[in-house]
Design a protein around this ligand. Sequence first.
Ligand code: ADP
Ligand code: ASP
Ligand code: MG
Length: 449
Amino acid sequence: MSKLIVAKFGGTSVADFEAMSRCADIILAEPAIRLVVVSASSGVTNLLVDITRHADVAERYTCYQGIERITLAVLNRLDNPQQAAPEIETILSALRELIENGAVYSGTHKDEIQSFGERLSSVLFAQVLRERGASALCFDARRVMRTDSRFGKGEPQVNQISELCAVHLQPLLADNIVVTQGFIGADEIGQTTTLGRGGSDYSAALFGEALSASVVQIWTDVVGIFTTDPRLTEQARCIKEISFDEAAEMATFGAKVLHPATLIPAMRRNIGVFVGSSREPKAGGTWIAKDVKDRPPYRAIALRKSQTLITVKSPAMLHAAGFLTRVFDILSRHQISVDLVTTSEISVALTLDEGGMTSAFNVSVEPALSELRSFCEVSVEQGLSLVAVIGNHLHSSKGITGDLFNTLERINMRLICHGASKHNLCFLVQDADAPGVVKQLHQNLFSAA
Ligand code: ADP
Ligand code: ASP
Ligand code: MG
């Protein structure tokens, strides 16, 4: 196959029948789109997560009813609902069974339950395409999306995914548009896993890599990647072209439009990624590529709320070797991933994205903290936001910190990290200050351009 495009449609893009129909228009207008990766319809994964949090069956049922309502609303708009109805009923009844049986859900059950959203939307979406005259198949991503058994944040096994795709998926693409699920996978023994919240973007890129796609398209509810979250300021502008490095930094530091790991497979295979709006497909979008013409010092501002700052202090650290190793060894044994780090003579401060896209949702930090407390003073501050200025040559450009400090004159900047990366400069402020800081900073850094 000469040119193959993998197209991913996010939650709002497959929220209801009209939204799915708009996505079908996009697919039918581009014959190179052979693999379609869908998210759960908007709101469904949140309801599934709620189910896993309730021990009470009646409360679980209330969430289930919300999911059923969203699903049946699409089903009933189809021309031939009876063609999808048996499969939808099989999936819904499997979900009901889990709701009734489960006592308190473990990791494996949580992922199994969270997989239902994509399983439902993919069956419905394939039928929407068939009713538009396409030869469309629904394919269970778990047959090929092999991960390890880390529930909540399965690690994709790239070589096996490639081998499995070559055998089970590639042969189907010649004569069909294949619709599959984002976000979900399975481990070696077939247990359902997930790639973490927002993981459908990552799935699309992994499929793109395995199938040697020429382009991965991410269709969402914004017309591309903006200079900051357009919900934070109306001055945010769409970026036409951005490098892998910069977009990866944006995703890592909170630009929700892409899952943080999305660009890793794309960079490995140099696959171009396009981000556009399924509502306004003709409005253009953002191209993410290895080489871009323009490398401005300031590209974007990202924001990640609800960060935790941990300060570890010990007089024993003074001139001592091995203290940091000990601290990081404990964090790594507890699978806690650290973001920002600053050190002083006898203390080290670090931030964690607890519960966020860059951490496993089922990892608790408490056991690690109590180990640290056995040999140092530990303080924990919450309610902080990480603001990241993303750009190029930030570590070696003049005036960067001046621009920043002018904006933050009246703000308590709790921590700052600058110098390690040429692509970002990060700092922490109180959650309540963060939206104002981003708005003001955006005004100062981008309004002149
Ligand atoms: P999908 O369901 O399609 O995956 P998401 O809600 O995960 O969509 O991501 C799209 C959202 O990302 C947008 O509605 C926007 O509010 C948010 N977002 C955050 N930062 C940015 C940014 N820099 N550019 C564009 N969108 C952003
Ligand atoms: N449905 C999943 C979520 O809401 C994955 C995704 O939409 O990317 O997190
Ligand atoms: Mg998303």
